[in-house]
Structures are given as C-alpha cells and as structure tokens.
Design a binder for this molecule. Structure first.
Ligand SMILES: [Zn+2]
Length: 384
C-alpha cells in the first residue's frame, strides 16, 4: 500500500508523477514559486510528497519538457518565466483520456468559431494573429518546440476567451487548459517534432482565423471542425470517429508507408517487418506509428558490435523495456551499473540517465520498446 496514493483504488499509480507535477505547477501558478526561483532538491521533494526520487525525477522531466522549469546541469532546477498558461487545475482532469478531451473539444470549439464569425467586428482578433505569427516564426526552431506548442495552444485559448456565450467560453477554456498539463504537452510535442506537422498546424490555424474574419459562420465552424479532426487523426491514427478524413490505411489492399531497408508484409491488419542487416535503420525502430497506424507502443532492436565504445548517456520521457537477444553487456545508470547477458530483460524508468556498453566478444543485440508509437522525447547528457 502506498501511503501517498489517496486516489482510492483507481488505476493511477503510474501517473503519480503527474500529480507531483500538478502540485508543483499549482505552487508556481499561485506565486509560491516565482519565475527564476530555485526548486527544492529531488531529495527534499521526495520527502515532501512521500514518493520515490525516481517519481520526483519523472515529474521534473515532464515539467521540463512542458517548459515550466529549466534544469541547469550541475546547478539546479529553476522555475521558467511563463507569461501565460499554467492556470489552476483540479485533479480529476488528469483522469481524462486524450480521446475524451479531443472528442469534447470537437463538440465545443466549432460552434464557438461559428459565433465569433457572426460578429467579427465585435472582437479583437489581433492578439490571436500575434500568437499565430510568433508560432510561425518558431516553426524552424526545433529547440523552441515547447514555446511553439505553447503559442499554438494559446490560439485555442484566445478564441475561447472571446466567445460571447460565457458558458461555451468556460467549457472551451477548461478543455484547452487540460491540454496544457505536462502529459498533454508531451503528447503534443511528440507529434509536433515533425516540421511538416508544425507547418500543417499553423496553416490550419490561419485558415480558421481567416474564416472567422471573412468567410461567415458556416465556413468558420467547418474550418475549426476540420482542424480538430486532423488533430484527432494524428493523436489516434486508428480512430474511427471522424467521417471527413481520408480512409485509414488498414482496409485490405492497404499500402503502408515502407521504410527502404525493411520488408513489410501485410496480411489483413498484421504487419511483419524483416530488417535488412545490411541497412540497419538509424533509430532502430521496427514497429512504430510509421508503419503501423494503429500501434500504441513501439518495438526496436539495436546491435552494438563488440569492441565499440559505450553509447552516449541519454534519458527518455517515458520508461523503456529491453530484452537481451544476444551477447552480454553493461548498463551504466544514474544509480550504478547493471551487468546483463543474453536472455535477461531490463526495465529502465522514465527520465533515468543510461548508456549501453558491449562488454562481451560478440555482437550485443538489444530489443527495446517504449509505451508510445514513436521514440519518446529524449535528452542527451552533454557532459558524457
Ligand atoms: Zn489547433
């Protein structure tokens, strides 16, 4: 029994770090921790929240990715200067699934665009355009991804705030705020890591804004609906809800995006991938959202030849599991070293620094998986 879990039996333990992140974000929001303030140490936070230091690190990692804090290695963790966002949130919202949130937004946001388009002269769309312009300038700055995500979400928050129907305004604002929680920001950042997706998003937003300005209620409602449906498709590629998007690729006779070095054979919804050892793929992913639209996790394999130096030290936003298919080696972690051999499986917690080393005299083959359809956001330790 975990003393810190007061959620009463719901299946939340793996989200404990989100509750810590939420609590810290609330403290920041309420001014208890000002911009530039230094956060207490991992150790102090783990005592305060009665959780392990690993959980604290996960929370801080999510917050760092969401842009709420800045980690300066060898120095400390500081509150970022956030001019917007981080409104106070209640815990129950964390339990909403991404499917629920996007479905609810599809109900609420298109009518808001419709209402705004009925009287575009009554509202000041300048602020919305400014956020859009800032996000546009950030498209080509992958390092500014958190900022880009922030400004993109501000687009929806701004429109909601201008809605003359205050109830709709309130619903939409609540929904958009959920999207600003660390986990959601993370999901958005994963999708928007693709430059192409960022360009698409900005084009969508501009279309919505132009429609509100000058195309009338009908077109404005349609534009927002199309945009949110596109979001939905990106978040849940296997989702059947939207009627207007192109047919998903899973029907028989599908063509699935092929990766050159591999052979994909498709039987109904089964996908078989045969890696070509002569052309190993750079990221090592065999099954991912790239070749399996409905997949929810990914599977990869990496071969580390004998005699090569240990890999760089990295940490992922999610946990990772690995299986040693061949050879033997050593995992260097932030908590010591772990020697392993063929046939063993290893769990690597989220946000944990680790590096792989082949200590044997044959190739080391490691099979790995993340609980996401793609590689999670990953940091490399500059010092290593
Ligand atoms: Zn949007």
């Amino acid at each position: 029994m975990q003393s810190s879990d007061q959620s009463g039996g719901s299946s939340l333990p793996k989200r404990r770090y989100l509750r810590i992140a939420q609590a810290l974000l609330s403290e920041i929001q309420q001014g208890g921790l000002a911009a530039g303030a230094r956060l207490p140490s991992d150790r102090d936070l783990s005592v305060k929240f009665e959780v392990s230091r690993a959980t604290v690190r996960e929370a801080l990692f999510a917050m760092e990715l969401s842009g709420a804090i800045v980690v300066r290695h060898g120095d400390g963790t500081y509150v970022a200067d956030l001019s917007r966002g981080l409104a106070q949130r209640s815990g129950h919202e964390i339990g909403s699934t991404p499917e629920h949130v996007i479905a609810a937004r599809l109900v609420v946001e298109p009518p808001i665009s419709r209402l705004l388009a009925a009287g575009p002269g009554d509202i000041d769309l300048g602020e919305v355009q400014r956020d859009l312009d800032i996000a546009t300038r950030l498209i080509d700055e992958p390092a500014q991804l958190p900022d880009f995500v922030n400004h993109s979400m501000a687009f929806h928050a701004d429109l909601a705030a201008m809605c003359p129907n205050h109830l709709l305004n309130h619903f939409a604002s609540e929904l958009v705020e959920i999207d600003r929680q660390p986990l959601w920001v993370l999901i958005n950042q994963i999708i928007l890591k693709d430059r192409e997706k960022r360009v698409e998003l900005i084009a969508d937003h501009q279309r919505v804004l132009d429609a509100i300005r000058s195309d009338g209620p009908e077109a404005a409602e349609e534009a927002m609906k199309a945009h949110l449906q596109r979001n939905q498709t990106q978040l849940f590629p296997g989702h059947e809800g939207a009627e207007q998007r192109p047919a998903p690729r899973r029907e028989s006779g599908v063509t699935i995006a092929r990766r050159e070095p591999m052979t994909d054979s498709i039987t109904g919804r089964y996908v078989q991938v045969t890696p070509d050892p002569a052309h190993p793929h750079a990221d090592g992913l065999l099954l991912s959202g790239t070749n399996v639209p409905e997949i929810q996790n990914c599977l990869g394999a990496v071969t580390i030849p004998a005699g090569t130096p240990k890999t760089g030290t990295i940490a992922h936003a999610t946990s990772e599991v690995m299986y040693v298919a061949q050879g033997s080696g050593r995992l260097h972690t932030d908590q010591g070293v772990l020697d392993f051999e063929r046939g063993q499986a290893i769990f690597i917690p989220a946000a944990s620094w680790h590096a792989l080393e082949n200590t044997g005299d044959e190739d080391l083959v490691s099979v790995f998986s993340f609980p996401l359809p793609t590689r999670p956001p990953t940091k490399a330790d500059d010092a290593s």
